[in-house]
Design a binder for this molecule. Sequence first.
Ligand code: ADP
Ligand code: MG
Length: 252
Amino acid sequence: MTKRIEIDDIRQDMLSLGLHFASEALPELVSESAKTGAAPHLLLANALRVEVANREERRIKTSLRLSGLPPGKTMGSFDFSFQPSVERSRIETLATCTFVRQHETILIQGPPGTGKTHLAAAFGVKAVEHGFSVAFYTLEDLLHAVRKDADRPLQRLRGVKYLKAGLLIIDEMGFQALTRQEAGLFFRVVNYRYDRGSTIITTNKSVKDWPEVLAGDEVMATAILDRLLHRCHVVNVTGRSYRLKDLEKRLQ
Ligand code: ADP
Ligand code: MG
């Protein structure tokens, strides 16, 4: 009877300390520990483990929700054998997220359907797992956001996702040409993030076509590329379209 009360007291103290998961799990851990006669420090270790593991799971879930990443696009679901142009070991090295820590860029280029968005999102998931904040935008959505914020000075914008995120992913650069104003706002983002955060860009255009995409402004394009490409990993995806793979099969 005294034991019951003691456990509830401990649970209450745990709750006061915010250890909700450990508190929840404690009665079962205690009775298991009593059954097996395990060393007392193991009980403490297990209770803390439950708390840490559950908090980590919750953090990842929340962070993924806030990131805007498309669901289901992970390294695990990427079929490397379908896309031999993508070197698995290199992608796995990048996926350790040193590039995020060092504020570097990954440029993923290639034709439609080859898995660029999937890879970019998979890097995003890895970054979340490593504890970084991630913001995923299609270029169109990003331009929409920066146009909305165009009149606000940078000091007022420090909290916005596309500036603050540890990793900013810009998907589908090259499909639409930017206006001069948009190119200027895009420069503002890239310049602010330079040395502050990491960026991944997916594109169907080669870098030499960027001036055309950036409102035909060579000077602007050079200034943007200079910052983006300073410390940049280029991933070229040259294979077949995954979207068309079933169609190819049916046509054979
Ligand atoms: P891109 O951005 O290059 O146009 P996506 O990444 O959108 O291509 O890929 C198109 C679809 O095919 C997506 O649903 C994606 O998850 C899937 N896909 C592409 N490549 C692969 C791959 N190698 N393994 C598994 N799924 C893939
Ligand atoms: Mg895409």
